[in-house]
Design a protein around this ligand. Structure first.
Ligand code: SAH
Length: 214
């Protein structure tokens, strides 16, 4: 696939839209400029890759809206070099945004087909996150604790195991709700036993499901 001037132009327009919608973190916007979103979509969607819509990526799953990716990334308040666990690798787009911002990324996907496909495209960009096929509810104990955790599917509740795998001072961003709509939650771990919880508006994600699919 190619990244033409036309694609770059469409990307600039998307970035303008993200700014208008309130995304101000320049590092996030720079990452959106660096990562060609159309590489993550089927060819049929190529022309629309830079509009603010979600698309099918296979296995009944969708790549999140650009605004959603930008919003979740912004409220994580990332600092270069932080260790971040992503739940739901999906297309690999969000993973690449995080890698391009200089994060140490660990990402879990429960659908084998998507896990394999995402690996191919992430390799193309020469990023080296650790990708796992497995159940995100379990987190990744071996690599814990994490500075940040980003859940990119709609969870019915806040998984206790994930909160445990956060560093003190760390944050988790997670959409919580039912199948139709979820509220964006940000949990800050203040001490081993204390948390601060903030809520930021409604979103619509594919559900966070248990167990893996081959
Ligand atoms: N970050 C992705 C978003 C994909 S949609 C992107 O940028 O494209 C959410 C993804 O979460 C889907 O691929 C879905 O299969 C995955 N998912 C759902 N439940 C999961 C779970 N329990 N563990 C890991 N991944 C899960």
């Amino acid at each position: 696939m190619q990244d033409t001037y036309k694609h770059k132009g469409m990307r600039k327009q998307l970035i303008d839209q993200l700014r208008q919608k309130g995304i101000t973190d320049e590092r996030v916007l720079t990452a959106f400029e660096a990562i060609p979103r159309h590489f993550f979509l089927d060819l049929v969607f190529e022309q629309q890759a830079y509009s603010n819509v979600a698309f099918q990526i296979g296995a009944g799953q969708t790549i999140s809206h650009p605004y959603t990716v930008a919003f979740q990334t912004s409220i994580l308040e990332l600092k270069r070099g932080e260790k971040i666990l992503e739940i739901g690798t999906g297309s690999g787009f969000q993973t690449c945004i995080l890698c391009s911002m200089g994060m140490k990324v660990f990402s879990i996907e429960r659908q084998k087909e998507l896990h394999i496909k995402a690996k191919g495209i992430i390799d193309h960009f020469r990023f080296t996150p650790k990708l796992f096929f497995g159940d995100g509810y379990e987190g990744k104990e071996t690599y814990a604790p994490f500075d940040k955790i980003l859940v990119t599917c709609g969870a019915p509740f806040i998984p206790e195991k994930l909160v445990k795998q956060l560093k003190v001072g760390g944050m988790m961003v997670i959409p919580v709700g039912d199948l139709d709509s979820q509220e964006m939650h940000r949990i800050t771990k203040i001490s081993d036993t204390e948390y601060k919880e903030e809520v930021f508006g409604n979103f619509s994600f594919v559900p966070m499901l248990e167990k893996t699919v081959r």
